[in-house]
Design a protein around this ligand. Structure first.
Ligand SMILES: [Zn+2]
Length: 88
C-alpha cells in the first residue's frame, strides 16, 4: 500500500492545520481542526462523531478527513465519486 502524505502544517493554541493527501490520486487538501476537538478525538478516546458532531456544524465529509488524518489513509471526494460512479 502506498503511504499517503499527511502531516501537520501549522499548530496554534486554537487549531491545527493538516496537509492530507489522497491515497488514490495523490491530490491533497488542507484541513483545519479545532485544537480542543483534536485532543478529545486523538488522545481522549472520543468517537469522531462525538468530537465533531453534525449539531455543531461538522459534516460527514469533514469527519472523513479527520479519520484520514488519524489513520493516514484518505480517499478524496473526487476519487470516491469515480469509484461510486462505476456502479451507476
Ligand atoms: Zn483523490
Amino acid at each position: 500500500m502506498t503511504t499517503v502524505e499527511t502531516y501537520i502544517l501549522e499548530s496554534t493554541e486554537s487549531h491545527s492545520r493538516y496537509y492530507l493527501g489522497c491515497n488514490s490520486c495523490r491530490s491533497h487538501v488542507e484541513v483545519l481542526v479545532p485544537k480542543d476537538r483534536e485532543i478529545q478525538y486523538l488522545h481522549g478516546g472520543l468517537l469522531v462523531q462525538d468530537a465533531f458532531p453534525d449539531s455543531e456544524g461538522f459534516t460527514p465529509a469533514y469527519r472523513e478527513q479527520i479519520i484520514g488524518i488519524r489513520s493516514r489513509y484518505h480517499i478524496c471526494d473526487k476519487c470516491w465519486d469515480e469509484t461510486l460512479g462505476d456502479d451507476e
